[in-house]
Design a protein around this ligand. Structure first.
Ligand code: PHB
Ligand code: FE
Length: 335
């Protein structure tokens, strides 16, 4: 989205003299970091000031996903209190709006921003608050500390670009998928994943149209966690495999049904109601299991060992409005 430049102007303070970090203002929200925490402050609907604090590691991991995914589908909750909701032209920033206790107490807030404005603010906050050596996309065991006073930056880690294939992976003209050929090492958790390639026997004349690659080998070399990649796109059917270790840094409130196929190891999911946070289900997924998340749930996954997950999304741009009108279901199947 192209917005006027002034919309994207970020209101940032000069760095704190002792800690070295900038503070940020976005609408009624103030953001401040210290050695251990991000602090978010706002004025409640009835005029009182309120604040919320998050461990800075968790905050930066969530912020990284929200920025990298362009605010994703539906809601990205950083925790039970704060988060964003994507309206695809604009984005809500909210505190307590989907937390029954805070909402009932009248201390929640929700403000809508042009996507360019919240994106610019979040990007600058992420850049200023991420210290050298900390990679918000890495598993906790594979990165340095985010804590302490300002210590450099980690620009390469927070500005990774999605690599776009121009045609079916592996065919002449495709670009990026063969991570192995670019030298990315197999992750320590996937040392046992076979690295062989499938045999191909296309009919003569079809050599330029038929290909296959070893998805497990590809994923075994992933450098990041909890970051679905669009590996196949057929109309609006998006197959997004990803490697997961530790905790999904957000609670995702989708605005459509979303499918999970656990391709290796195990992830447990906490599912709660999108609007209130009331617990709904705990789903234990082992290799080979499939699950569908209804559009009215939020979900957060826990992966004790690095695992491979296929996220299957329906990317239709009209689906969210069809669900709102009751023309498309919120659940994958009616029993
Ligand atoms: C999800 O919210 O459904 C999600 C996000 C990132 C992942 C996996 C699942 O890596
Ligand atoms: Fe999700």
């Amino acid at each position: 989205m192209n917005a006027p430049a002034e919309l994207a102007k970020v209101i940032a303070s000069t760095p704190d003299a002792v800690l070295g970090y900038k503070s940020f203002q976005l609408g009624s929200f103030g953001f401040r970091r210290d050695e251990y925490f991000a602090h978010i402050a706002w004025t409640t609907r009835d005029g009182r000031s309120l604040s919320h604090s998050m461990d800075i590691a968790n905050f930066l991991r969530a912020l990284m996903r929200d920025v990298a995914w362009g605010f994703f589908y539906g809601g990205v909750n950083f925790d039970d209190v704060i988060g964003t909701v994507n309206h695809y032209q604009s984005v809500d920033l909210q505190a307590g709006a989907f937390n029954a206790t805070l909402k009932d107490a009248g201390v929640d807030i929700l403000e809508n921003f042009p996507t360019a404005q919240i994106k610019a603010t979040f990007e600058e906050m992420l850049a200023d608050w991420t210290n050298a050596g900390f990679d918000p996309f890495s598993a906790p065991q594979e990165t340095g500390t985010p804590y302490g006073r300002k210590n450099g930056a980690n620009t390469p880690a927070i500005t990774r670009e999605r690599e776009l294939a121009t045609r079916c992976v592996g065919l002449p003209g495709d670009l990026p998928m063969r991570t192995d050929e670019r030298g990315a090492p197999v992750n320590r958790a996937f040392a046992d994943v076979p690295q062989d390639a499938p045999e191909l026997h296309p009919e003569p004349g079809f050599e330029n149209e038929v290909h296959a690659f070893n998805l497990f080998a590809f994923l075994s070399r992933s450098q990041v966690t909890w970051n679905p990649s669009f590996t196949s796109v057929v109309k609006y059917s998006y197959m997004c495999p990803t490697t997961e270790e530790h905790i999904l840094p957000i609670l995702h409130s989708n605005d459509r049904v979303e499918w999970f196929f656990q391709m290796s190891d195990e992830i447990s999911w906490d599912c709660s109601h999108r609007d209130t946070g009331a617990p709904l289900a705990r789903v234990i997924m082992k290799a080979g299991d499939m699950a569908a998340m209804p559009a009215y749930c939020r979900h957060q996954g826990y992966s004790p060992k690095r695992s491979m997950l296929l996220v299957w999304e329906n990317g239709s741009p009209s689906l969210v409005y069809e669900i709102q009108k009751g023309d498309a279901p919120e659940v994958p199947v009616q029993f």
